[in-house]
Each structure stands twice: as structure tokens, then as C-alpha cells.
Design a protein around this ligand. Structure first.
Ligand code: GTQ
Ligand code: FE2
Length: 373
């Protein structure tokens, strides 16, 4: 290794001499032939195709809950749920991605709305799905014949290829947030879909699903089901457990013990009890609680995040943008944008999900925290 070897990421630009008119005519002829044969030279597009660091087309954007719920209600008046449509779900379309309804290149987020007495028929798909309930109750989602109650603060799973339908047995309409890996499946051509029963296979309305009875006792797993499963076996992560876990982290901090991720910042990750890993192969889900005025450490990460404010308020910075966030508001963080959250005067409770498991599995995950913060 010589002294003069420079391992820095030096940008060496090759500047070709200007072509003569004769050379230009030959170039035009060659490019025309390439075009006819569906070929494209790398040298005219290298910067866009292989940037020095992720340069996402997705932009950071905030969706206002009061607007989302207003239009969801309107769609409830105008659009029936039925075969064909299957779901009254309104996707959040990232303004940078144009056209398709993706909140991120890999992720779908939607507000879904069911009026009293309505039934969303059963189907299954290879796309992984979850629901997060920002407010309300009265809907049961039936996942592979298991009726799962949906209540405020609950996080519910429909891992890929499980039949699922929803029904609202209450006298009030209900809306919730859906998260799926639809764009990932669409862009990678991995999606399969099948219709199931038009009526729900279990119309009971138990307080707890069978999956919770078997799997949602902390640190205890049934001996009868020994294997590791690729998705979580828990259908519903009840709010009472999430809330208690976050309270306990902050109580430990008050008592001088470790447990929080940062000062005044408690956080839990929903896990698969058979592995301790993420709930599904493509989606990670977390819940964060920040004390009044507390903030997260700014970080850049490969992959996409989405947050929804559950209670309280926060200022969320993403790249050069600052978003004021209140109950129900949704914001996305594109890949490699520096982001941080600062809680408002009453603190903030935040639900969040990401596509990070995809990139961790593929050895493509990177994070960066600027020095001096
Ligand atoms: O509830 O089954 O937002 O299949 C998108 C696709 C919800 C669902 C969505 C779906 C569902
Ligand atoms: Fe579905």
C-alpha cells in the first residue's frame, strides 16, 4: 500500500471532448439504433441511477387527521363496501411518488371506515397488513376464523395469506389506520390475492381473540406450539399492555434506573413471541412516548418510517421541513432524511411503523447520527 493511496470517495469526473459535427451525427445514429432495440447507455444516467447516497423521490408529507376523517365519513355516505371494492380504505399518496397510492416506495397507509352494521367481506393476500386504532371501538376483525376486537390504542395484525374480514356491530362508525406492504409487493411482482367468504366465518364478539388467549401473556408461550413462525402469532396487542410498558419505562427512569432509549423517551417494539423479532417480515411497528419537551436523537436511516400521533402533540423535523403534529395526524420519513421528534407541552404518544426489516434482512440497512448531537 503506497503512501499516496487515497481511499476517500473522490469524485473523478471524466469530461469527454466536444464531438465534431460528423461525430455527433454518428452518435445520434448509434443512440437511435440503441433506442430501437430498447437499450440505454449507462453514461447518460449514472447520477440518477446510482447517487452517492439515497436520494428518495418520496418527500416528507403530513396528513391532517381532521381532513382524513372528514373525507372518510363522506365516502361512508357515498360509497358502499362490497365485492370488487372489498374495503372502504383511502390510501395516503406521497406527493413525490406521483400516480400510485404509496406513502413510501414499499409501504401503504390508509384510513379505513366502516359504518354501523357494515361488513367488509373476507379475502386473503400475500401482502402483510396491520391496523392501528386511533379512536373508537365496535369493530371486530376476523383473522383466519378468529374474531379479534379492535379498540382504541390496539395494534392488530393480519400477516400475509390469512383470510380476514371486518364488521362493525356498534351504533357508531369507526375509522382506523391500515398499514400494508402493498407497494413492495406491487413493484416486486410478489402479490397474490384470493376472495373468501362473503359473510364472516366467525360473527362472535369476544373480549379477547383466541390468538391473545394463547400468545399474549407476557413472557409465556404455549408449549403445544414450539416452532418459530415468520409472522407474529398475536392478533391483537391490546392498548393496556403498551401503555403499561411505557409507563413502567418512565417510572424506572424517575427512579434512576435504565430502560428508556433517551431522556424522557420511552419506546416499545411490537414483537413476534416465537422469535422476539419483528411482527412481520416486511414491517416493523413501535410505540413511542415522550415526556413534555423531550426529544429524540436526530438520525438518518435507510428505509421509510411513518408516524401517527396518538395523544398529545409534537414537532417532527424531516430534512429541511418541520411539521406540527396533533392527534391522528400522519407523517412519513423518506429514506436517509435526518429526522427527530420534539414533544409538545403535554408530551406525545406516537405510533410508528417502518420497512426496516426488509433492509436489515438484505444487509442494506445503514444509520447515521450527525456528530455533536
Ligand atoms: O383491510 O383487508 O387498506 O386488503 C388495503 C388493502 C385494507 C384490508 C387496506 C386491504 C385492506
Ligand atoms: Fe386485506
Amino acid at each position: 500500500m503506497s503512501e499516496s493511496t487515497d481511499y476517500s470517495n473522490k469524485h473523478v469526473e471524466f469530461v469527454a471532448p466536444e464531438p465534431t459535427p460528423e461525430e455527433q451525427a454518428e452518435l445520434n445514429d448509434m443512440y437511435g439504433k440503441m433506442d430501437d432495440l430498447h437499450m440505454k447507455p449507462l453514461w447518460n444516467q449514472i447520477g440518477g441511477l446510482m447517487p452517492n447516497e439515497p436520494d428518495p423521490r418520496a418527500v416528507a408529507h403530513r396528513w391532517d387527521w381532521s381532513e382524513l376523517i372528514k373525507l372518510a365519513r363522506r365516502s361512508g355516505e357515498l360509497v358502499p363496501v362490497g365485492r370488487g371494492g372489498e374495503r372502504r380504505a383511502i390510501g395516503l399518496a406521497n406527493p413525490g411518488l406521483g400516480g400510485p397510492t404509496y406513502i413510501a416506495p414499499t409501504l401503504w397507509a390508509a384510513i379505513q371506515y366502516l359504518a354501523p352494521g357494515e361488513n367488509a367481506p373476507e379475502h386473503r393476500h400475500s401482502q402483510n397488513a396491520f391496523r392501528f386504532v386511533i379512536e373508537g371501538e365496535g369493530v371486530w376483525t376476523v383473522v383466519n376464523g378468529d374474531a379479534v376486537p379492535m379498540k382504541r390504542g390496539d395494534f392488530l395484525l393480519t400477516p400475509g395469506w390469512n383470510f380476514h374480514g371486518h364488521h362493525n356491530i356498534a351504533t357508531e362508525p369507526m375509522a382506523w389506520l391500515d398499514g400494508l406492504d402493498i407497494p413492495f409487493a406491487y413493484q416486486m411482482d410478489t402479490g397474490f390475492f384470493e376472495y373468501g367468504s362473503e359473510t364472516l366465518t366467525d360473527e362472535s364478539t369476544p373480549d379477547y381473540s383466541r390468538s391473545e388467549r394463547l400468545w399474549a401473556h407476557p413472557g409465556l408461550r404455549p408449549v403445544a406450539f414450539p416452532g418459530a413462525t415468520s409472522s407474529s402469532t398475536i392478533g391483537r396487542y391490546a392498548w393496556e399492555h403498551t401503555d403499561a410498558a411505557l409507563n413502567d419505562q418512565l417510572a424506572l427512569e424517575d427512579a434512576g434506573f435504565p430502560g428508556v432509549v433517551g431522556p424522557g423517551h420511552a419506546a416499545i417494539r411490537y414483537t413476534n413471541p416465537t422469535t422476539g423479532g419483528d411482527v412481520m417480515s416486511t414491517i416493523r411497528a413501535e410505540f413511542h412516548r415522550l415526556r413534555p419537551g423531550a426529544s429524540t436523537t436526530p438520525v438518518k436511516e435507510v428505509g421509510n418510517r411513518v408516524f401517527q400521533v396518538f395523544e398529545g402533540s409534537a414537532t417532527i423535523k424531516v430534512g429541511d421541513e418541520t411539521f406540527e403534529m396533533n392527534h391522528g395526524d400522519v407523517v412519513n420519513v423518506p429514506s436517509w432524511k435526518l429526522w427527530s421528534i420534539e414533544a409538545g407541552t403535554d408530551g406525545v404518544d406516537l405510533f410508528g411503523f417502518s420497512d426496516h426489516p426488509i433492509f436489515e434482512k438484505l444487509n442494506l440497512a445503514r444509520t447515521y447520527t450527525p456528530e455533536g448531537i
